[in-house]
Design a protein around this ligand. Sequence first.
Ligand SMILES: Cc1ncc(COP(=O)(O)O)c(C=O)c1O
Length: 455
Amino acid sequence: MSQSREELTTNNARHMWHPMAHPQAMMDSPPDIIAKGKDCIIWDVDGHKMLDGVGGLWSSNLGHSNQGVRDAVIAQMDELPFYNTFRGTTHVRAIELSTQLVELMKPEGVTAVMFSNGGSDAVEGALKIARQYWKVRGQGDRTKFVSLRQGYHGVHFGGMSVNGNSNFRRAYEPLLPGCFHVDTPWTYHNPFGEDNPEKLAELCVNMLEREFVFQGPDTIAAFIAEPVQGAGGVIVPPANYWPLVRALCDKYGILLIADEVVTGFGRTGQMFGTRLWGVNADIWCLAKGISSGYIPLGATAMTAKVTDVFNADKTGMAAVTHGYTYSAHPVAAAAALATIDQLVAQDIPGNAARVGAHLQARLRTFVDKFKVVGDVRGVGLMAGIEMVSDKAKRTPMTRSSDVPARVAKAAYRRGLMVRISGPNLILSPPLIITREEVDFMVDVLEASFTEVEST
Ligand SMILES: Cc1ncc(COP(=O)(O)O)c(C=O)c1O
């Protein structure tokens, strides 16, 4: 059944509820309908060609319609489209992918992975494994989680409860009890008036320690954070933050969970975001770039510190009573194997680092050029441009301002897809993007901000 342009718009508004959107908004301001993609380019249903500044949604790391991933997916469809991995069965691709991930994460000390279907699942798995770890160790009081304001950890009840943005929680409260939030070291907006990044990081780690002590460290299962906060506005912590957090978690024996759903698989210019900071977590949450977004897949990766405790259990408490029909779906696993092969063989994180440095440097000039640009943040190929109504006071634009949407529309018209989240314009293009394509992206944004400021 092929539908006309008008039918697509109307039927979308009538029959489909979208993530993070009011159902009625789909009629008043219909979404862009994307029809085709190749490498860094996408076309909408009207044939309008654009550079994909969004990378699907921080996910299409190898770009669109990658031949290697396509071939692997089709071969897997022919060989074995589905089988489960519940106790008693497994399949070849699941074994191959777990082996490949453990090899890839050798520097992280990862010894085993648990598969799921996406980022929220990967977080849920991490939180459940953290609680179970303490029960297996005979410290069942350690059930609480501490996380960061502005953090985003997906939409399941666990992830939502550790999310640091109340907008995502209000409609679904009450949430998981025992979740506590502390300030993130965000130099541009912090209530302490501390603009020195290292000092701010120390202050925030002090407050984290106060929270640990206040709660009672022996009641806390884990601290969870993103190595670079993505959805919260691309907030890059000072370089000393993660090492200080690692030391603090060790001091109190608290597990450290790195949510790498966005940062994993090259986005920051490193294969994993924790490598930026020279520290290891105990548990990693992985999704999105793991399969270049081609087929939904999530993974929770664990170090020997965790797996040794589970493996040594003789009581039965360590049985993993968690998992999904589609955990390690063979087609998703095939997509991930082909993705990781290319990420490594072509040093895609290296490209993200080189081309990303150029992107960051060019974007930072916007702060001086444009009245509405308050801050530009990012690392590698993740960047955020924060729009402000009062630059001196660093007042972010509120939802009532149409400036962010107008900038995005102007960019779209000029051939660039970007994403607006609150006052932030967010860029997360495919990691195969070239320097020339980055220049196009920045030129379009420059023209778009100029247009919006002059009208
Ligand atoms: C850091 C982080 N964790 C978890 C998630 C949830 O992933 P998903 O939307 O695949 O459930 C996201 C999604 O953007 C994310 O950015």
